[in-house]
Design a protein around this ligand. Sequence first.
Ligand SMILES: [Zn+2]
Length: 283
Amino acid sequence: MPELPEVETVRRGLERHVVGRTIDTVRVLHPRAVRRQPAGPEEFCSALTGRSLDSARRRGKYLWMSVGEDALLAHLGMSGQLLVGEPERPVSPHVRIWFTFADAGPDLRFTDQRTFGHMCVVRDGAELPEPIAHIAPDPFEPAFDPAALARQLRGRRTGLKRALLDQSMISGIGNIYADEALWRARLHWARPTETLNGPETSRLLAAVREVLGEALEAGGTTFDSLYVNVNGQSGYFERSLAVYGREGRPCRRCGTPVRRDPFMNRSSYSCPRCQPRPRRAHW
Ligand SMILES: [Zn+2]
């Protein structure tokens, strides 16, 4: 599932290859991909045909391109990809939305095998589309407020990992990077947020920024080759993970076997020694 670094890589790809160009045709090949569009596929197509894409922006795992005062909002879901390439190439059966441009250059295809992703046009959404206005800034946005996050953590009675995944507190962190950041900060995932002290909060935030920043760098290097780019999965196989998916393998810091716990129908990976279980825990 694409997380913030992958989505940011896609955003940069859009900025480089699509922004500044005028849409010639829009074809919706699967209506589910525009299910959030109030008046359906026709509205989606007519709102975009002939218009130019002015900028590519992101909040958390959402992307949007400003189209005048409006926004073309996208979420990649579990398997969505935005692919740029020669218009003549074959159309895969997973293409859901297909954009061509007035300059007859590379086209843009939203492919999504599992169709959990979607796109929609939001009127007057250029600055911040209304459907995502409730999502908190991510740690790289200028609007991100570390002091406010520290206050929220102390005020919530929840587990640390649940808080990191709560997009209304901090956005852009998914299961993988939450585990990696907690390992780096030496904090257990079920630690009650209200017991976190100032230095621990700072350590956690620094770890979140490091983990996301490193993944961003890794993702950023892979898509520079045009025509295979803007691929939400690019960085996945190359980055080295410290705990995620490494059950039973040695902790990269102390050698203790990594532990896997069930967590919200998924898993949490941690080092039992570096991240001791808290006395009271919010599982
Ligand atoms: Zn360890």
